[in-house]
Design a protein around this ligand. Sequence first.
Ligand code: ADP
Ligand code: MG
Length: 696
Amino acid sequence: MNSLRRLDIKFVKGIGPKRAELLTKELGIKTAYDLVHHFPNSYVDHSSIYSIRDFSDEMPMLLVKGQFINFQVLGEGAKTRLTAVFSDGTGTMEVTWFQSIKRIRETLRPGVTYILFGKPTSFNSRWQMVHPEVDTLEKALGQIGMRGVYPLTDGLRSRNIASRQIHGWICDLLDSRPPFAETLPASTIDECRLMSLDEAIREVHRPSSPVALRKARERLKFEELIYIQTDMLIRARKRKSLTEGFRFVNVGHFFNTFYSSCLPFPLTGAQKRVIKEIRIDTNTGRQMNRLVQGDVGSGKTLVALMAMLLAIDNGYQGCMMAPTEILAIQHYETLRGMAAQVGINIRLLTGSTPAKARREIHEGLSDGSIHILVGTHAVLEDPVQFRNLGLAVIDEQHRFGVEQRSRLWKKNVRAPHILVMTATPIPRTLAMTVYGDLDVSVIDELPPGRKPVTTMLRYDQQREQVYRGIGRQLASGRQVYIVYPLIDENEKLDLRSLNEGYESICEIFSNYRVAFVHGRLKPAEKDHQMDLFATNKAQILVATTVIEVGVNVPNATTMVIENAERFGLSQLHQLRGRVGRGADQSYCILMSKYKISKETRERLELMTQTTDGFVIAEADMKMRGPGDIEGTMQSGMPFELHIANLATDGQIIAQARQAAECLLDADPDLTAPANRQFALALREATARTADWSRIS
Ligand code: ADP
Ligand code: MG
């Protein structure tokens, strides 16, 4: 493999310097190694020849054998095209070219037998093929079988580089090469029953059978994934052995008092389990880095509080950070309410904390009289120094950049334990990859008595009926959210529809007060509007997605989401989590225009069928790809994947993880001779990875 990495593609037969430059620019292919790792994204079957008589519109690209009857150049200027009639003895079709007309005209001869490869389409009940691949009989017979079709770019197409040429270069290269050296340890190949690397690379470009192709793709996916998993595991192991952590040995006064006499309700089984995991983690002498995933409303705040009480019992301070001021205030109030009787000192620090209070807080933190600090990013920017920060909780981490988290470390002499809480469920296999070096806890159980939010899909034509429903909820004393999208590219348009929406709601529900929040408001005005709604002085809140995170108004039982088709599933799920927080039945109405694609309708219908965040996250990932699931993912994904797909290859991810664990258990530094090739390949694969593991 190594020599392939050093072989510049311009020296590969048939490529040359000009095309090499183009391939590098368009596809990032620089070396022969890159070229054989440019995998097909589909295949064509060159094993049977079809008759024009049997053509149907559903047919894919296919082969047909026959002769051209006459050529004609039609049109002028940019509209010039070359057409010919092609006959195979069972029927005729029209073949059209828009480019390279001169060259085609000069090389193709009437009366000679050719094999054409293309997709038949019908137009005015005549069969057509546009820009088919054309081969002479001898040439085509040499290529019978399945063959890869490669991803192209417009840049390549405009320079007449076709998938077939790429295939040709790769085949020439493969034919002139000795077998590729194996990279994976023999034990792994055996245990996971993998195809050899050499066979896999050859099969993936030129499959000998569908079964061989499947095995080849599996092997190549496995290869990509095991590097990621091994890398993650090595980092996690290193962190655990190197980073010393505070030891919370005692479960003492604060924790116990709270547990026995302040807990407003019994903990759910899942909450208990996660608290136990945290207790074990914080008593190992190593620094904890734990991600707690729990659906909206699963009771993460309580878990965070109990973890902080544990820290306090051991003489440390706790800190909890939220992405917005509204949320920070809410957490502050919740925590104070819950912990009122245990006698701890909780303070709030945000961007709008006045200077005097701020000074007091600084003092209290450094002399240790403040036990828990709740705040926003301001905590990070502030010259805050803790006396002894033992545990930092970060809520809704997808709003918190990796870099910001790293600043937490500087607030203390030694790194505090870190608990990251997210309500964005991440499919397990994805978490394994993106947060592969974090320990993950899942709160997979909602407190008892919650009624799942009833979700309905309604179209614009049914708006009146929806308004009548809202009217009934309002009349019975409940509150209502009405949410509008506000997405950058359409910002002006969105702002207009938001304003119009607000006005018409005010008009229709003139007996009620309507609060109005969006991202353009000054923070003070935003807080004021939110407060109106939180205190039920306003019964309706018209808002953009600023309310997505954490807002807690249990009396709000209905949410209408306008232009629901424009939101991702995970986002809809987050939004929907704002209702269904009290004992009453709640409703979420997804408004959409009637004309939407089949996929969009399916997406929205899924929302009406399930409230399980994990099911939704899985579906979202399958539909949109993993990159969109949450913001940090892009920065979190240190590897580029060529063939594996995080959304659909869960099983292979799990298998690769297990294999990596196995290897590292037996040979932690990968120094055994049997793992030599693997260690080298791993180093190559991870060469460009940044060291982001320490921060979360
Ligand atoms: P999350 O942050 O996970 O979305 P919260 O911590 O805000 O959820 O909790 C949602 C609501 O559920 C809160 O009103 C909280 O008091 C309540 N709650 C939490 N745990 C329990 C429990 N074990 N039993 C009943 N209610 C609970
Ligand atoms: Mg929360």
